[in-house]
Design a binder for this molecule. Structure first.
Ligand code: HEM
Length: 460
């Protein structure tokens, strides 16, 4: 099968048949600079760097200092890594290192049988049935949150939306009202993103050197650990336990001897961090895009007026909020919240005709295939209606939540949360959004906006 279209110059076979000769040599290697390799371009502008590297081929070899990293951007190759040959890959050391000291015992950093055990214990909180049961609460928390905004109030949008997504997460998955304490979670996430920020001074120093970033990280992690410890202790020794939330489920697994107490705590940390960060980026980007697309905003309002009968949406409205779901899907296409998925080969693998060594590391960025002309008409345009048409495109041309067994455990939670939160907002407020220059991103593990996005509130 020929993978590459006219834009690329690496024309290879995706899955060489038995007996096919592997390509000798290396995949194309975009030029970097001495010592830093391709790291400098990434630190200056991560998304433009990834786009420019992808013009060399669907599989390219990059160099960050003295380490090689293969970037994979064709849907067939992505599917091979995440699904078909997933047993030949594990999560990358980059991911493990960046979570070190914060989620060492959580599913995000675990591998093999341990990962399966940790993931299984959290699964009941993320079934379709459980997620449906959180729906009304997601809308209610959003309605309460925006009700506190004054007419004409102005704020930096992303930090404000982060407080909202922390509250939604806590009141659904944990059944806890943590208003006023959101900063414990937010500061740990900030310190974590800072630690993986390519632009930070001292990025290349080992973590044991007490740089200001590392000290801040350790302080923030300590606060979050104490916060979660208190939460768990309160629940563990409560006389009656009626809540069917993730904390209750993890504690039940602890009682059954399946999880250690540290694993319970660190999985809660993983949920608190992963569960608020990406949704907050997505909802911020929705409003950023709506500012330039008044027609889309109008269609959202029309759908709200047609579908929602009470003063806010309920879970019963979810399926009928079709256009709102398309807006969410289209936003996740244009602005996927994670910079990419990391994997490491556990044995030698043949990919795009190249024989790659065991321990080869991979970066699979959603940004590039999500905007690839071979799979999308006018990929740079924000067109929610494109999701109404059935188009014959490869499955992994779109994968904001990754794919295969290790894909995001909160994907259904996130889509439902974003849809209901957006509909609730659209029904009650208009946000006048202004941006301080073109949208750029922090070069880290998350595609967080580096540009200041400001919103002014008007109640409808
Ligand atoms: C727009 C929102 C979200 C996006 C785009 C997103 C994306 C992702 C991606 C790309 C991964 C990595 C998967 C891989 O390595 O193959 C991931 C993992 C994960 N996500 Fe999400 N996520 C979102 C929301 C959430 C929410 C709401 C939760 C919790 C309720 C959550 C919890 C997790 C956890 C715990 C993992 C680690 C899973 C594992 O290692 O088995 N995420 N997410």
């Amino acid at each position: 099968m020929v993978l590459s279209g006219p834009r690329r110059n690496s024309v290879k076979t995706a899955h060489p048949k038995d007996g096919d000769m592997s390509e000798t040599g290396d995949p194309p290697s975009p030029a970097g600079i001495p010592i830093l390799g391709n790291g400098l371009a990434f630190s200056r502008d991560p998304v433009r760097a990834m786009e420019s590297w992808a013009t060399h081929g669907d599989l390219v070899r990059l160099r960050f200092m003295d380490e090689s990293l293969y970037m994979v951007t064709h849907p067939e190759l992505i599917k091979q890594i995440l699904v078909e040959d997933q047993h030949k890959f594990t999560i990358g050391p980059e991911q493990q290192q960046s979570f070190e000291g914060i989620e060492d015992a959580a599913m995000t950093t675990a591998t093999g049988e341990r990962w399966k055990r940790l993931r299984r214990a959290s699964h009941p909180a993320c079934t379709r049935e459980s997620i449906t049961s959180y729906g009304d609460r997601m809308a209610a928390v959003t309605a309460r949150f925006i009700d506190e905004w004054d007419e004409g109030e102005r704020f930096a949008l992303h930090p404000e939306i982060r407080r909202l997504t922390v509250q939604i997460l806590a009141e659904t998955l944990l059944n806890e009202d943590i208003r006023g304490q959101e900063d414990v979670v937010i500061e740990a996430a900030d310190a974590f993103v800072d630690r993986t920020n390519f632009r930070r001074p001292g990025q290349l120093l080992p973590d044991w050197i007490p740089t200001p970033t590392e000290r801040r990280f350790r302080r923030a992690v300590q606060h979050l650990d104490t916060f979660v410890e208190d939460l768990v202790a309160e629940r563990q020794y409560a006389e009656t336990e009626t809540n069917e939330d993730v904390c209750a489920m993890l504690l039940a697994a602890h009682e059954d001897g399946e999880l250690t107490r540290t694993e319970v705590k660190q999985n809660l940390v993983a949920f608190l961090l992963a569960g608020h960060e990406s949704p907050s980026g997505a909802l911020t980007h929705v409003w950023y895009l709506l500012a330039d697309h008044p027609d889309v905003y109008e269609s959202l309002c029309e759908e709200y007026d047609q579908v929602v009968e009470g003063d806010r949406p309920t879970i019963a409205d979810y399926d009928a909020l079709e256009y709102t779901q398309y807006v969410v899907d289209e936003t996740l296409r244009l602005y996927p919240p994670t910079t990419g998925i990391n994997r490491q080969a556990t044995e030698s693998v043949t990919l795009d005709g190249y024989e790659l060594p065991p321990a080869a590391q991979f970066l699979i960025p959603q940004w590039v295939p999500h905007r690839d002309k071979r799979f999308w008409d006018e990929p740079e345009k924000f067109v929610p209606d494109r999701w109404t048409r059935s188009v014959d495109r490869p499955e992994y041309a779109y994968f904001p939540f990754s794919g295969g067994p290790r894909s995001c455990i909160g994907a259904d939670f996130a889509r439902q949360e974003l849809t209901l939160a957006l509909a609730t907002m659209v029904g009650h407020v208009t946000l006048d959004v202004t941006t301080d220059g073109p949208l750029t991103f922090i070069p880290s593990i998350q595609l967080r906006p580096a540009t200041e996005i400001t919103a002014e509130v008007h109640h409808r």
